[in-house]
Design a protein around this ligand. Structure first.
Ligand code: SF4
Ligand code: SF4
Ligand code: SF4
Length: 257
């Protein structure tokens, strides 16, 4: 009896905290069937082997943002070798927290972080990987949701794209019966944030910060108005919108490079 080769899957990281990869490592301990269904050929977080350069990946998962010119060549090389390239988590999908620095002069940021050695380190404005290469799908969140990742892998192996909710977080929040953060005197980005995490932050008493990215066609003016009516200052509103969404906000303002 011949056994069919398993699809080759690889994980790569760019600028990130590696929390999304750790979520995958954690998940694989509970889902050994995923390890039977795929062959993991590169995953720096968990193994040292690498695939020979003349072989291809069926799925490449990429964690992290592009934050320097030299990231681009590496990312393009991964893209060329991958049938499917999937952004893993908010850093890769949105630019995420790495993009908080983008509105500030780059040299100032370098000096703030690296002091006198600022010129030793290559950097440029942080961007999502889709700003550099074609991305076939994203698994959002900071970090990713374990169950959503498992479902996404199953769909990809069946030849389907991951099915992300296109409705706002408030729908999930209401259906689990959480008292709205605005009724508790706190702000929340739920009305403009893509659902899918189960509205976990409001359930634990924290307003959503938008780590899953905007819902399609977010009404930001109404969102700002709701926050203002709740007593949130304009400065706090903009800060909150820019924790995970600076790159998207700057795109909307036509200020990305
Ligand atoms: S999305 Fe969050 S958890 Fe994932 S790598 Fe980025 S900062 Fe870490
Ligand atoms: S807590 Fe946030 S997500 Fe939940 S209903 Fe209120 S605004 Fe929407
Ligand atoms: S509630 Fe908001 S910030 Fe919290 S995990 Fe969900 S999308 Fe991310």
């Amino acid at each position: 009896m011949t056994t069919r080769p398993r699809p080759k899957v690889a994980f790569f990281d760019f600028t990130s905290c590696e929390g999304c990869q750790l979520t995958v490592v954690d998940l694989l301990q509970d889902h050994p069937e995923l390890l039977d269904a795929v062959e993991i050929v590169e995953f720096r977080e968990a193994m040292s082997e690498k695939l020979p350069l003349d072989e291809r990946y069926v799925i490449a998962f990429v964690e992290g943002s592009c934050t320097r010119q030299s990231d681009e060549a590496r990312l393009k090389s991964i893209r060329e070798r991958a049938d499917l390239l999937i952004a893993l988590g908010a850093c890769a999908d949105l630019g995420g927290v790495n993009a908080i620095r983008n509105p500030f002069p780059l040299q100032e940021v370098r000096e703030y972080v690296y002091g006198e050695k600022a010129d030793w380190y290559e950097t440029y404005p942080a961007r999502p990987i889709s700003a550099v290469v074609k991305v076939d799908a994203a698994i959002p969140g900071c970090p990713i949701d374990r169950d959503e990742f498992a479902r996404a892998v199953t769909h990809l192996l069946q030849g389907r794209m991951p099915n992300l909710p296109d409705y706002p977080l408030c729908i999930e929040c209401k259906s689990r019966g959480t008292v709205c953060m605005y009724q508790r005197g706190q702000a929340c980005l739920g009305p403009v944030t893509r659902a899918g995490c189960g509205a976990v932050c409001p359930a634990y008493g924290y307003g959503c910060e938008g780590c899953r990215g905007f819902v399609p066609s977010p009404n930001l003016e109404s969102m700002r108005e709701v926050m203002r009516e709740a007593g949130v200052s304009d400065e706090e509103i903009e800060s909150r919108l820019r924790i995970f969404l600076t790159y998207q906000m700057m795109e909307l303002e036509g200020a990305t490079s």
